[in-house]
Design a protein around this ligand. Structure first.
Ligand code: ZN
Length: 242
């Protein structure tokens, strides 16, 4: 446990470095979203029954992030940027899951977090989920963080940082804005290396596909234009290697 505003694995590789802005921001605004320690009472996890074994909050976080990674890989299988999300109630029940599907759905709002929020809210029959925690493999963008604040989530846990579109320290630190009417604890760096590796591999495949297409075009291989999914050709800002 490295301190407020950070997950137990926050020191993994470049992920922690890239999220350093958020950490310092959280420290400067300790009255804001950084008020909860990882796995603390604000974390939404049950503290355990009297006499029961203590809950390993870091292990719980890794468990749910591992599931989000499985969902992220499913997004890749569909040609989408591999991001996955899991929404967990305060009592530990999984309320909803989501993986990236903006291309397949022709819906720019169909990020993994939004899909998980919609699924969970529909299941519960409430547009607010106080006490819940959302796990997502990539630092949330402004749209998703806004939606999560509206949902009144207690906590957001992400894996890899996104220095280009992330708003939990990657670009700005939206949840640290004290004037917001709801404060959500945000922690980054859980299974960060695994989450970042998956994205890197995806974007490497994207670059290889583009190179192969150009080579085929130059050689006049007669293969005709290859259809490359939008996610492999557009200027997706989440490429950690870009
Ligand atoms: Zn988003």
């Amino acid at each position: 446990m490295a301190g407020p505003g950070k997950g137990g694995d926050a020191q993994i590789g470049s992920a922690a470095k890239a999220h350093a802005g958020s950490q310092s921001g959280a420290g400067a605004l300790a009255g804001g979203h950084a008020g909860g320690l990882a796995g603390g009472p604000a974390g939404g996890h049950p503290g355990g029954l009297p006499g029961a074994l203590p809950v390993d909050h870091a292990a719980v976080d890794r468990h749910h992030m591992a599931r989000a990674l499985v969902l992220a890989r499913q997004a890749w299988d569909r040609g989408e940027v591999p991001v996955g999300a899991v929404l967990v109630a305060a009592d530990g029940r999984v309320l909803g899951e989501g993986s990236n599907r903006p291309i397949g759905n022709s819906d720019p709002t169909a990020h993994a977090e939004i899909v998980a929020l919609r699924t969970a809210c529909t299941a519960v029959g409430n547009y607010r989920l106080p006490g819940a925690t959302l796990y997502v493999t990539l630092e949330p963008c402004a749209m998703c963080m806004g939606a999560m604040l509206h949902t009144r989530l207690a906590r957001v846990v992400f894996g890899a940082p996104d220095p280009k579109t992330g708003v939990c320290g990657g670009t700005i630190d939206l949840p640290a804005v004290a004037q917001l009417n709801h404060q959500t604890v945000v922690e980054g760096g859980v299974l960060a290396a695994e989450c970042a590796d998956l994205l890197r591999a995806f974007f490497r495949a994207r670059r290889d596909a583009v190179k192969a297409r150009r080579l085929a075009e130059r050689e006049g291989a007669g293969a005709g234009p290859q259809v490359v999914p939008d996610a492999l050709t557009d200027g997706e800002a989440t490429d950690p290697a870009a």
